[in-house]
Design a protein around this ligand. Sequence first.
Ligand code: ACO
Length: 346
Amino acid sequence: MSTPAPSKKFKNPRANFNFQGRTCSISGVGSYVPERIITNADLEKMVDTSDEWIFSRTGIRSRRVAASDQYTSDLATNAALKAMKMAGVKAEQIDLIIVATITPDMPFPSTACLVQQKIGAYRAAAFDIEAACSGFIFALEIGQQFIMSRTYNTVLVIGAEKLSSIVNWTDRNTCVLFGDGAGAAILQNRPDSHGLLTACMGSDGQKADLLSMPGGGSRCPASAESVSAGLHFLRMDGKETFKNAVQAMNTAAQESLRRCEIDITQIKCIIPHQANRRIIDAVAERLGAKQEQLFVNLDKYGNTSAASVAIALDEAVATKRIQRGDLILLVVFGAGLTWGAAVIEW
Ligand code: ACO
């Protein structure tokens, strides 16, 4: 198998290791959002809010909400089938399925196992990871390790969420922000591309309380009291989350650029976690990025947590914002706290 030629445009950090020409490319992407649209005008009828407040503070106009009989594994499966089609990969070729989610169908078995059954990928190992909104980059990096080590040839990575199932629809502080959806990518060794060049990941458990869902785990198992206290809903300190998000996303993005010895002007498309337009703009300003480098679709979908950059990546490819050979930057932030960034040669 031939080795991709060294690039004069950037340094491949993976070249420091003896991967013997092995690369980890994204050979297919796909996404799925549920049909039901909830607009800001719809939310005005549910809580004390306004389209003006939501749009000016967040950039969100609408979000998708899954049907009551549609679960995270269904959203994930729809996205996965599209990614497999684009990559030309059959279910029996898949070696590993990783689903990043904070809204699994149930605590166990994993949503990845449910997806395995739904797509018929019976050869694959399957597990979930949980890094909140950073989950897709964490899953990409895990999948990449298996590809580069030659353990597996084809890895299906999915970010999928049914956040509507953990949102308190009477709390205006949070219910306006989130939406449901899924995005997927097929990772493979492909000799014609450098693929995923680097991925940075970071965490700070000291700030775990900023964003959490306290109920339903071993600390606070489901009970009539826990449910009536609303402990099974997502909670967030919005202001502190905002500040931490801007700082961590900037740091992660800078680190990933540094590793590749490139500057922001060489990035064709920046795909940030789609939580808040003001966070995206603040990060772009710190990075010295131009507006035209940013890919933003949060106006349509709100914050879909682990699915956010995966859906955006699929849309950026579908709309030809990303072409083969382009350098792209993904940058994320979420509960944990967690954050990360990845540079990919498409
Ligand atoms: N409609 C109208 N008023 C509202 C609404 C609403 N939907 N929500 C809050 N308000 C009110 C508040 O009650 C507050 O009123 P008060 O001053 O009388 O108390 C006022 O608006 C101002 O609230 P702030 O918190 O100052 O608003 P802010 O400008 O900080 O915006 C927001 C809030 C949008 C939540 C912002 O802080 C934010 O985006 N934070 C980051 C969220 C994020 O990035 N999450 C990512 C991770 S998510 C994950 O990992 C699952």
